[in-house]
Ligand binder design. Structure first.
Ligand code: NAI
Length: 482
């Protein structure tokens, strides 16, 4: 059955350590814990089979156990090869009541330092439900859209009647996906079509995954409805910004322990993530330069007091480079070739295509060496060394432990509410991409005020009617930008 202890993690003996950190995190995640209490009896997710593809951290463990407390069955994989915290994965596999000898948690397939083949195998395992009629989940909880992508590709190729040859792939990752689909389609004909037939929807965590969903919807290929969790205000204006403000410097420090004060740092992209990154480096005493393509964000950066420049003009003088664009090919090999000795290069955007690692590897005479896992030096023939973090993958999760609990409580409260919405009100959401209504966004914020000692001012009825809102909210029109 789906509750059988099938899982693959690094080391079950880490479970007790993981459990202690989960218990500490629970106190720091008041939103999730309030939702657990609110729905303890109703169990609105009873009957839900949720496949999760999201960084397998301590905070995610609290999310997973919230979903199960609400009645869901869950299978999980990480959404990045470096982001799993092995003690968290072990604790989730063992479960609150189990022991390493008699695990009783949920099927989790995640460990730190997966190969690409292992990564996509784990995603497949999370999507494959041995006990279910369709063999699949009826809900997906995604971060970056890889679980959703695998289902959509599988269905597309089954419709075409064939999977393209892996030899036609344009990247290593695409080759691995095509190999996997070639195998699964041969093993279980119509696996993906059958598996997707009961999926009621997906709730998507991040900017990049949401972008993929809108593209599929516009192309008419989206198979089921989606809730864009990222664009809840209490997600993108908190996790992306304040989360990265915390975890960017954490990643740089754990990776290099270089003194940030006095250095020059370049942040590529001044969206929600870039804003948090720039603030954290400035707070450490760095001189921060921003690059942008959007005049509005460029102007914001200038007004916030940052120099706004082009990468090619500052590439020789800066010490730290961080990409935060969600776009591709931002730092190219030709840039890296011109950087200072011991410049640090890292990415905090979702995918690893912001920094041209393949191009770097092809530069004549360049030599890669491992300092420690997720920290590499690249030495050029003239002796200059470049320090690259997490091989160009998101460094806050690869080199540190990602965002802290309190901010993730906001994101994951949105995730949980979105799962309840789509699962229980399926007919109200025809295939399309939705954001949660504002009153739920405000609810998530409200759940986090007490813990910070916030005393909210109460609107008087006459004031409420003067500004045209209800006393209990929502307080802003949908177009308000915060
Ligand atoms: P956003 O859309 O708010 O910001 C991205 C910014 O990059 C935009 O202002 C855009 O104009 C700019 N940009 C695009 N191409 C550029 C180029 N060639 N040069 C300079 N700037 C460019 O997106 P957001 O929410 O800030 O997310 C950025 C990325 O970070 C996404 O991939 C997202 O999924 C990821 N993310 C990562 C997190 C983490 O913990 N590592 C947390 C949240 C999001």
């Amino acid at each position: 059955t789906a509750t059988s202890p099938d899982f693959k993690v690094a080391d079950l003996s880490l479970a007790a350590y993981g459990r202690k950190e989960i218990q500490l995190a629970e106190h720091e995640m008041p939103g999730l814990m309030a939702i657990r209490r609110e729905y303890a009896e109703a169990r609105p997710l009873a009957g839900a089979r949720i496949t999760g593809s999201l960084h397998m951290t301590v905070q995610t463990a609290v999310l997973i156990e919230t979903l199960t407390a609400l009645g869901a069955e869950v299978r999980w994989a990480s959404c990045n090869i470096f982001s799993t915290q092995d003690h968290a994965a072990a604790a989730v596999a063992v479960g609150p009541e189990g022991t390493p000898d008699a695990p009783g948690g949920i099927p989790v397939f995640a460990w730190k330092g997966e190969t690409l083949e292992e990564y996509w195998w784990c995603t497949e395992q999370a999507l494959t439900w041995p006990g279910a009629d369709t063999g699949g989940p009826n809900m997906i909880l995604d971060d970056g859209g890889d679980a959703t992508l695998l289902v959509h590709k599988g269905v597309e190729f089954e419709k075409d009647g064939k999977v393209p040859s892996p030899d036609t792939a344009e990247s290593d990752e695409e080759r691995v996906i095509l190999q996997l689909l070639t195998r699964t389609v041969a093993e279980t004909p119509q696996k993906w079509t059958r598996l997707s037939s009961e999926i009621r929807g997906v709730t998507e965590e991040t900017t990049t995954g949401v972008h993929r969903l809108y593209e599929m919807h516009q192309a008419g290929t989206l198979l089921f409805p989606a809730i864009n969790v990222n664009d809840s205000v209490t997600k993108s204006k908190f996790d992306n910004k304040y989360g990265c403000r915390h975890s960017l410097v954490d990643g740089i420090n754990r990776a290099t322990d270089v003194l940030i004060g006095g250095k020059t740092a370049v942040i590529c992209g001044y969206g929600d993530v870039g804003k948090g990154c720039a603030e954290s480096l400035r707070a450490q005493g760095a001189r921060v330069i921003v690059t942008e393509i959007d005049p509005i964000c460029a102007l914001q950066a200038a007004m916030d007091g940052y120099q706004v420049a082009r990468l090619e003009d500052v590439v020789e003088t800066a010490d730290i480079f961080v990409t935060a664009t969600g776009n591709k090919d931002i730092i190219l090999a030709e840039h890296m070739q011109r950087m200072k000795h011991q410049a640090i290069v890292g990415n905090i955007g979702h995918f690893d295509n912001e920094i041209d690692m393949a191009g770097l590897a092809k530069l004549p005479g360049v030599v890669k060496d491992e300092v420690k896992p997720q920290v590499h030096t690249w030495t050029f023939p003239d002796g200059r060394v470049l320090i690259v973090l997490s091989e160009g993958r998101l460094l806050n999760l690869g080199n540190a432990t990602g965002h802290p609990s309190f901010v993730m409580s906001n994101s994951f409260a949105n995730q949980t509410i979105a799962q309840i919405e789509l699962f229980t009100k399926t007919s109200e959401y025809p295939t399309g991409v939705y954001v949660l209504p504002k009153h739920l966004d405000e609810k998530v914020a409200r759940l986090h005020l007490d813990a910070l000692g916030v005393r909210l001012t109460e609107l008087r009825p006459d004031q409420a009617s003067y500004i045209g809102v209800k006393v209990e909210g929502p307080y802003k029109p949908d177009h308000y930008r915060y």
